[in-house]
Design a protein around this ligand. Structure first.
Ligand SMILES: Cc1ncc(COP(=O)(O)O)c(C=O)c1O
Length: 322
C-alpha cells in the first residue's frame, strides 16, 4: 500500500489479479457495510496517457477535470506532466493546490462569474475561452492581460451522444465580429477552440471542425492577432465502444433464466435510474451487481440526495507502471 494523501491509499501489486478476485476480496472485507464500492486501476490511466502521447505527439493534453476529479487521478496526471481544463474557481484551486503551474491550466468555461475570473487573475491562470461580447467585456474589466481562445460551435451533422453546440461556442460566421470587439477592447486573442460534442464516433467531425477553425485563425491573423493555439476539446470515445448492456457482468448468469429488468438507484429521486431494459437473472437480497468500466463522469455526478453514503473508493496499480 502507498499513501497518495492522508485519505487515499493505493494497493501496489506485481501483477493485477483478475477483477473477480479483486471484487470478491472487497466484498469479503467490506460487504457487510452493503454499500456500493468502486475499484480504480490507476495503471490503466497511466498506460492510456502513454498511448495518447505516442499517437498524438504534437498535441498537449489538457485533462478536463470535470470528468473525474478524484484526488489520486488528478495527482497522477499532474505528476505525469499533463495540463488541465478547468471550468470553475474550485476546479482551478484543486489543480493549483497540487502544485501545478498556472500556465498548465486553461479556464475553459465560456461562462465565468466575475469572482471566478478575479480568482484566475489573482493566481495567474491567464489562458481562457470566450464565445460572446459580454464575456469579453467581463474579461476586459477583470483580467485584460488574459490570453483568449475563441470557442466556435462547429457546424456539421456528425453523430455525437451529447451535443454541446446549443450552449457553447459562437457560429463560425460570427467569429469575425467577435474578434473585432476583442480588438477594440485591446484584448489578446491567441487561438480557437471547439468541442465536437461528447461521445463522438466519427473522426470526420474533427476534420470539419479543424477546417472551420482554420478559417477563423486566418481572420484573426489578418486582423493582427498572434493566433497560435488550437484547442480541439474533448469528445473522443474510449478505446472500446461499448454497449452499456455488456457493461453489466454476471459471473454465473450464463445458464440462468433472464428477465428484461430495470435497475434503479438507491435514492428516492424518480430520476435516479441506472439502466433500463437489461436482461438479468432473478436477483436476491445480498447479491452484488458489477459494472465494468463505469467510465467518465461517474464520480462527479454522484449526488448526496437522501444523504446516501458515497461510494467507497479503492485504488490499485501495477508496480511497473507506478
Ligand atoms: C471545453 C471542454 N473540454 C473538454 C470537455 C470534455 O469533453 P468529453 O468528456 O466529451 O471528452 C468538455 C466537456 O464538456 C468541455 O466543455
Amino acid at each position: 500500500m502507498t499513501n497518495v494523501n492522508s485519505n487515499t491509499r493505493v494497493e501496489i501489486v506485481e501483477k493485477l489479479p483478475p477483477i473477480s478476485n479483486q471484487i470478491q476480496g472487497k466484498i469479503k472485507a467490506f460487504g457487510h457495510e452493503d454499500n456500493a464500492f468502486a475499484i480504480g486501476n490507476l495503471g490503466d490511466i497511466i498506460r492510456k496517457h502513454i498511448i495518447w502521447q505516442e499517437c498524438f505527439p504534437r498535441i498537449e493534453s489538457f485533462y478536463a477535470i470535470k470528468c473525474n476529479d478524484v484526488d489520486p487521478v488528478i495527482r497522477i496526471l499532474a505528476d505525469m506532466g499533463l495540463s488541465f481544463d478547468c471550468a470553475s474557481k474550485i476546479e482551478i484551486k484543486k489543480i493549483l493546490d497540487l502544485g501545478v503551474d498556472p500556465s498548465r491550466i486553461i479556464y475553459a468555461n465560456t461562462f465565468k462569474q466575475p469572482s471566478f475570473l478575479k480568482y484566475a487573475a489573482d493566481n495567474g491562470v491567464s489562458l481562457m475561452t470566450f464565445d460572446c461580447e459580454v464575456e469579453l467585456e467581463k474579461i476586459e474589466k477583470v483580467y485584460p492581460e488574459a490570453k483568449l481562445v475563441l470557442r466556435i460551435s462547429p457546424q456539421s451533422n456528425y453523430k455525437v451522444k451529447f451535443n454541446l453546440e446549443r450552449k457553447f461556442g459562437c457560429h463560425p460566421l460570427r467569429a469575425s465580429e467577435l474578434l473585432q470587439v476583442a480588438m477594440k477592447l485591446k484584448l489578446n486573442v491567441i487561438g480557437v477552440s471547439f468541442h465536437v460534442g461528447s461521445g463522438c464516433l466519427e473522426a470526420g467531425a474533427f476534420e470539419a471542425a479543424i477546417e472551420q477553425s482554420r478559417k477563423v485563425f486566418d481572420i484573426g491573423l489578418a486582423m493582427g492577432f498572434n493566433m497560435h493555439l488550437l484547442d480541439i476539446g474533448g469528445g473522443f470515445p474510449g478505446q472500446k465502444i461499448q454497449n452499456v448492456e455488456t457493461n453489466i457482468t454476471f459471473e454465473e448468469a450464463n445458464d440462468e433464466e433472464v428477465y428484461i429488468s430495470t435497475i434503479w438507484g438507491p435514492t428516492c429521486d424518480a430520476l435516479d435510474l441506472i439502466i433500463e431494459n437489461v436482461k438479468l437473472p432473478e436477483l436476491s437480497t445480498g447479491d452484488w451487481i458489477y459494472f465494468k468500466d463505469m467510465g467518465a463522469y461517474s464520480f462527479p455526478c454522484i449526488s448526496s440526495f437522501n444523504s446516501m453514503p458515497r461510494v467507497k473508493e479503492f485504488y490499485i496499480c501495477e508496480r511497473k507502471l507506478w
